[in-house]
Design a protein around this ligand. Structure first.
Ligand code: FAD
Length: 284
């Protein structure tokens, strides 16, 4: 069980996403084989918005768990799914020996009508967690936001809601990506004052191309510190140099976290074994 492991050792985990098309599984398995050789403590697998590709998440998580022998954690979002559908996915996961879930609300898919959105079975991740705890034996984790979730009016209210996730059974949290460690340190302090006692894994995404600033970073709501803006200005037009600079930045971020006593690092691998491997080499 991952939460137990965290009591005894520092952990390094990766996040991967499942292939978009059925014909891409062989390539996905090759990527996972390479990531597996880097010795992660567990690998989490994202879930398509609105549950559109649930089967692919289950298949990839199953490969990680059963073929690679590495603990897998499947992400699961409730915004576009009914109770019965979610329980169906959980049953598939349990059949595949996958016992960990990152329970999320998810974002409203663009094609979801107001009626569908307003009649959803679970309003928040914490609501789904309570339900899953009652109906399954799965181990639950949740998401958290060092720069607060974009819908929250204040960090205070976001943290009150985070506490609800802990009370609903979250055994640990994984943070949204951040590029400035000071946000994470401040967040840890505030979370502790709110009574968050479970581990909060630091989510690190290497920024290896200028394009990511327009996609991942904007979507995550994370701010871009001057040091990263300078890298982008200097190397943004040269893909090789930008990749190397992004890897170095992530290594520096993780080294600083470790020097400051952070025990659990979650790397958004972006399905890139080479970049992930270079970061792992740089921090071990
Ligand atoms: P919630 O915990 O429900 O929070 C959403 C908002 O509601 C917050 O503002 C919160 O403060 C508020 N809130 C929470 N509980 C309550 C309550 N009880 N009462 C009142 N307000 C409340 N998305 C995907 O589609 N697929 C993925 O695989 C995926 N993986 C992710 C992994 C990580 C590590 C992270 C950080 C995010 C991931 N996301 C993923 C994105 C996530 O779905 C969105 O950030 C979404 O907007 C919020 O999900 P949540 O589980 O944090 O929601």
């Amino acid at each position: 069980m991952i939460a137990d492991l965290m009591k005894h050792k520092d952990t390094l985990s990766f996040e991967v996403f499942p292939p978009k098309k059925d014909g891409e599984f062989e390539k996905a398995f090759e990527i996972l084989n390479s990531l597996g050789t880097l010795g992660p403590d567990y690998i989490s697998v994202t879930y398509g918005a609105g549950g559109s590709r649930a089967g692919k998440t289950v298949e990839i998580a199953s490969y990680i768990q059963n073929t690679l022998g590495i603990d897998a954690m499947a992400h699961l979002t409730c915004v576009g799914s009914r109770r019965e559908q979610l329980l169906g996915v959980c049953e598939e996961l349990e059949k595949a020996n996958v016992t960990h879930i990152l329970a999320l609300r998810g974002d409203r898919p663009k094609d979801m009508t107001d009626e569908q959105f307003l009649s959803r079975d679970f309003e928040h991740a914490s609501d789904m967690m309570g339900f899953l705890r009652e109906h399954t034996d799965l181990h639950l984790a949740g998401a958290c936001y060092p720069e607060k979730h974009y819908e929250s009016f204040s960090m205070e209210s976001d943290l009150n809601n985070l506490k609800k996730k802990q009370d609903a059974g979250a055994e640990f949290f994984i943070s949204q990506l951040f590029l400035d460690n000071d946000y994470y340190y401040a967040f840890l302090e505030k979370a502790a004052k709110k009574g968050i006692t479970v581990p909060i894994c630091a989510g690190i995404m290497p920024i290896t191309s200028a394009k990511q600033i327009g996609t991942s970073i904007t979507l995550s709501g994370s701010s871009v510190p001057k040091a990263m803006a300078d890298l982008l200005a200097t190397y943004g037009d040269n893909p090789d140099d930008m990749r190397r600079a992004g890897v170095d930045y992530a290594i520096r971020q993780i080294r600083d976290l470790k020097e400051n006593g952070v025990k659990h690092i979650h790397l958004y691998s972006m399905n890139r074994p080479k970049t992930t491997g270079e970061i792992v080499d740089g921090i071990r």
